[in-house]
Design a protein. Structure first.
Length: 319
């Protein structure tokens, strides 16, 4: 029997976990020709998430939980699951516990890999029903921008919900960068990918942990990690304003020689100075973002620290 690992990042998901576990348990019984392995990654939850996962593991030997020492973020949780699953599982799936990633799609996803020989099957939402309009607008803009400025293949509405072969999962794990953006990494490594579309599904219980500002910060992480366009934009801004200043100097000199018109308008000059200063600070800030990413990479800190697990310590992989 082929082993199918499900990696489920969890952060304060006590309300939805029982519903989610029941759903994946039902799917696993229908797909009884596969050996299922549920890897729950507790990302430093402050509620009863860990206690619930312990109860699951006591009654179900297929359940493994990895509990972080603090909140390292969803990307670290995904990476922890991949690192610990890649040596043993034939197929690996990443999915959220909020039921917005329909478990009933799993049989179809497996079929595409086995019958049509895809390396991964990814999912995307074709609608954003139930989301605030402003969030939907900026999400669509983000994917459009990334397609134009990045070399990573990113689909509009892409979810982290994805089934992949061990070969592809190994390629992802080998990319040990500290600043991770999984959607970009999936596209960057390539491999033959099948996309499945589905209507947006609202959370089964609990509240989303992704505020607008967290999503905005996450999108900026993706842009910086997979594109040097902001640096190029800074250079173009510098070149543009240099040309504007040279043309302005020539214009003022010619006007003085021809018409004897004295230089005037200090308020407008003050505004121009403030504007140029703002552009300079913006460009320095862009450069600083890239330098900060390099700083974090150079320090080589671990992506995550596991405080507790029901998995044998000799088997647990920490990176």
């Amino acid at each position: 029997m082929k082993k199918l690992a499900l990696i489920i990042p969890c952060f304060n998901e006590q309300e939805v976990l029982p519903v989610f576990y029941q759903a994946i348990d039902e799917i696993s019984r229908k797909m009884n020709t596969y050996k299922f392995w549920f890897i729950f990654v507790d990302d430093g939850s402050s509620d009863h998430t860990l206690e619930i996962l312990k109860k699951f593991s006591e009654s179900d030997s297929r359940v493994t939980y990895l509990s972080f020492s603090k909140n390292f973020g969803k990307e670290a949780a995904i990476y922890a699951g991949l690192v610990n699953a890649v040596d043993e599982a034939d197929y690996i799936t990443v999915m959220d516990a909020d039921m917005q990633d329909p478990p009933e799609l799993l049989p179809e996803m497996v079929r595409y890999i086995e019958e049509e020989h895809y390396d991964s099957v990814a999912t995307r939402r074709v609608s954003r029903k139930g989301e605030p309009p402003i969030r939907s607008f900026f999400a669509r803009m983000f994917y459009r921008i990334m397609k134009k400025i990045s070399d990573a293949d990113m689909m509009d509405g892409a979810r982290d919900y994805r089934l992949m072969t061990r070969n592809m999962a190994e390629a992802i794990v080998k990319m040990e960068e500290y600043n991770r953006f999984s959607k970009g990494l999936y596209g960057w490594v390539g491999f033959k990918t099948k996309w499945i579309s589905f209507e947006n599904v609202e959370r089964a219980a609990g509240e989303t942990k992704w505020s607008f500002w967290k999503l905005l910060k996450y999108s900026l992480e993706g842009i910086i990690n997979f594109s040097s366009f902001p640096l190029k934009l800074s250079s173009w801004c510098g070149l543009f304003f240099t040309l504007v200043s040279v043309i302005s100097i020539i214009f003022i000199c010619v006007r003085k020689l021809l018409y004897g018109d004295p230089v005037s308008g200090w308020p407008s000059l003050a505004c121009i100075i403030v504007f140029i200063g703002g552009v300079q600070l913006f460009c320095i800030g862009v450069l600083g973002q890239y330098l900060s990413k390099m700083y974090l990479e150079i320090k080589k800190r671990p992506h995550f620290i596991i405080r507790e697990s029901n998995r044998d310590e000799s088997i647990i992989r920490i990176s």
